[in-house]
Design a protein around this ligand. Structure first.
Ligand code: FAD
Length: 287
């Protein structure tokens, strides 16, 4: 349970961090809250020779509105997401999701950037970001670019980040006022990763679904955006038959691993149950 030896670096700016990561090469890793990376190092599943700690970079912190988007710095902690008035009024699904991550100890230190950049299919925020149509602002030695969350995840722990790039911020378009939302997560106990979870954001107009987006957590090698399943709901009144079709379409795209959380067939079914609960909550909350 003791990590291998490593050199510790603490840059003061994004440009210093990306230059450092580029110069140190593939033996270097960015360090954010350390609540995924340090356990991996203790288990010797990761053994970086250099850790580049992003904690001293003020530009990576904070939550702000920018036109119709909310921009959240990568080093913003999950605890800060829970406490933000701006998020509570504009993007309440983020507070609901943050509160279901681990426990207060993890949330005080774990960051949004680390949660979405890690590529762990068990992390809760990636599917929510796909559901919301978020994009990730990324910086590297060659400059900055923006990547859609829906195209970011390529395999377990494998993302579209190039070596030496860091995620600087998450940009989220604010859903229409009065939207319904929910993040429903099945876990074995408080502090556990999801057996299966579902994120829903929808709008209702004249009693019918006008827009809907669905994300699924921990039921494939990557988080999933259930585009076709959500499309089936458009124009419906969320009647039982349409919800059943939607749940079936979402279950169809899952391919969960078998682990201590249960066999694949069980986890697929639980994804469906979480999705029906999330649809019901989102519908009840929509105005
Ligand atoms: C007991 C326990 C229970 C947990 N339960 C849950 C849970 O239920 N749901 C959940 O979602 N998470 C859970 N987590 C994980 C937790 O949320 C982590 O804090 C989070 O996933 C990673 O964020 P971090 O800031 O700690 O990143 P770190 O651990 O520092 O980094 C994780 C990885 O991302 C990379 N990285 C970090 N920041 C950046 C960046 N800005 N740019 C590029 N790469 C970066 C690092 O190089 C590293 O590879 C749990 C953790 C623990 C210890």
């Amino acid at each position: 349970m003791i990590p291998g030896s490593f050199a510790y670096h603490r840059p003061k700016s994004v440009s210093d961090a990306v230059n450092m990561l580029a110069d140190l090469g593939e033996d270097a890793r960015a360090l954010a809250g350390g609540h995924s990376l340090i356990p991996m190092m203790k288990l010797r599943l990761a053994a970086p020779a250099h850790l580049v700690d992003l904690a001293g970079i003020g530009d990576l912190k904070g939550i702000r509105a920018d036109g119709n988007d909310i921009v959240i710095g990568a080093m913003t902690t999950q605890h800060e997401l829970c406490g933000s008035d701006l998020l509570t009024s504009k993007l309440p699904i983020l507070r609901e999701t943050s509160l279901q991550i681990a426990d207060p100890q993890v949330r005080y230190v774990g960051t949004l950037g680390g949660n979405v950049a890690n590529g762990d299919p068990g992390n809760d925020m990636p599917a929510v970001m796909m559901c919301l149509g978020a994009s990730y602002q990324v910086a590297g030695k060659k400059g900055e670019r923006r990547l859609a969350a829906r195209e970011f995840y390529q395999g377990a722990y494998f993302t579209a980040l190039e070596p030496g790039e860091i995620l600087t911020a998450v940009r989220i378009p604010v859903p229409a006022a009065g939207h319904g939302y929910a993040y429903e997560k099945l876990k074995r106990k408080i502090g556990d990763y999801a057996t299966a979870a579902a994120a829903v954001v929808l709008t209702i107009s004249a009693g019918k679904v006008a827009s809907c987006s669905i994300g699924l957590t921990n039921v494939a090698e990557t988080p999933l955006w259930a585009e076709e399943a959500a499309r089936l709901l458009i124009g419906s009144s969320l009647d039982a038959a349409t919800v059943k079709q939607t749940v079936a379409a979402a279950e169809k795209i899952t391919s969960p691993a078998s682990d201590r959380r249960g066999p694949p067939a069980y986890r697929t079914k639980m994804a469906g149950v979480m999705l029906s609960r999330a649809l019901a909550s989102a519908n009840a909350r929509a105005r």
